[in-house]
Design a protein around this ligand. Structure first.
Ligand code: SF4
Ligand code: SF4
Length: 266
C-alpha cells in the first residue's frame, strides 16, 4: 500500500525530483500531531481545512514530510548589491526570480511525494497578495512550514525567525507533505545561533523586534515598497550566509551534527 512507504523509498523519490530540478535538497520527517500541536490556533484551523476528512487519520498516526530546496549561491549574492548610492534592483531581481523558481520546484516535488505516499501536498508559502493590508491577515492564509521543518531537524529557528539549516543556512525554501502512515522520524541537534547577530544588525526591524508590536508588518511594508518581481527582500538571508557563524561552519566542511536528516547529492 502506497501509504506505507518507508523513509528510504521517500528519499529516493526526493533524490530523483531534486536531480530533475537541478537543485540541492533536504528532507526530514516529523509526527503530524507534534507539528500540529505547535501551531498557532489560526494555523491549526487552516491545517484542519487542508486535511479535510483525513484529519483524524493524520492526527492519530500521520507524518509530515518536510522538504527544502536551497538557493544557488549566486542568487543570494545578488541581494542588496549597491550600484552607486542606490541598490541594483535589476541584480536583486535575480534572487526574486529564484524565489519563484524554488517555489515552483517545491510544489512539483511535493505533488510527486504526495502521489507516492497517497498524501496531501502543502505548497511553498507565497508572499501576500494585494488584498493583505496587515501581516496578521496573512497568518490566516498560509500554513507555516517552519514548525514541521524545525521539529523534523531540517534546521534550527534562527534569530531572524527563519529555519537555519547547518549546510545551506536560511537560503532555503520549504514545503510539506502530509501522509497518513507513521514513518521513521528524523532527528538532529544543533547548537543554534550562539552569539551571532548578523541578521539583527542587517535589518532595523529584526534588530528591534523585541520592541516592535510585530516586526513582520514593518518587513511587509518594506518589501512592498522595494517592488521586486516577487514580494521578497532577503537581506537577513544574505547576512546569515555571510555571518561569522556560517563562515566557520563552511570552513569545517560538512557538519557532523546533521543526524538522520536526508541530503540529496549535488
Ligand atoms: S526580509 Fe528584509 S525587511 Fe524583512 S526581516 Fe529580512 S532583512 Fe528585514
Ligand atoms: S545571521 Fe547569525 S543570528 Fe541570524 S539567523 Fe543566521 S546564524 Fe542566527
Amino acid at each position: 500500500m502506497k501509504g506505507e512507504r518507508n523513509l528510504h523509498t521517500i528519499c529516493e523519490v526526493f533524490n530523483e525530483e531534486a536531480s530533475r530540478q537541478g537543485l540541492r535538497g533536504v528532507l526530514g520527517v516529523v509526527a503530524f500531531d507534534s507539528a500540529y500541536d505547535a501551531l498557532l490556533p489560526v494555523q491549526k484551523e487552516l491545517l484542519e481545512g487542508i486535511c479535510g476528512g483525513r484529519f483524524t487519520e493524520l492526527l492519530e498516526g500521520g507524518s509530515v514530510i518536510s522538504i527544502a530546496y536551497a538557493y544557488p549561491d549566486h542568487a543570494i549574492d545578488s541581494i542588496a548589491v549597491k550600484k552607486g548610492d542606490a541598490f541594483n534592483k535589476e541584480r536583486w531581481n535575480e534572487y526574486a526570480r529564484w524565489y519563484i523558481n524554488l517555489n515552483e520546484a517545491l510544489n512539483e516535488t511535493a505533488e510527486a511525494l504526495a502521489k507516492e505516499t497517497s498524501g496531501i501536498a502543502i505548497p511553498a508559502t507565497v508572499s501576500w497578495t494585494a488584498d493583505v493590508k496587515h501581516v496578521e491577515d496573512f497568518y490566516k492564509m498560509a500554513v507555516s512550514h517552519r514548525v514541521a521543518a524545525e521539529q523534523a531537524g531540517v534546521g534550527w529557528r534562527g534569530k531572524n525567525e527563519l529555519v537555519i539549516n547547518p549546510i545551506y543556512g536560511c537560503a532555503i525554501r520549504l514545503a510539506s507533505v502530509l501522509m497518513g502512515a507513521p514513518i521513521e522520524r528524523t532527528h538532529a541537534s544543533y547548537e543554534g545561533c550562539g552569539s551571532c547577530r548578523s541578521c539583527l544588525d542587517a535589518c532595523p526591524f529584526l534588530g528591534q523586534k523585541e520592541k516592535l508590536d510585530d516586526y513582520r508588518e514593518q518587513c511587509r511594508r518594506y518589501i512592498n515598497a522595494l517592488g521586486l518581481v516577487a514580494e521578497v527582500c532577503g537581506k537577513c538571508i544574505k547576512a546569515c550566509a555571510n555571518s561569522p557563524t556560517f563562515k566557520e561552519i563552511r570552513s569545517k566542511g560538512k557538519p557532523s551534527n546533521i543526524g538522520s536528516i536526508h541530503y540529496t547529492t549535488e
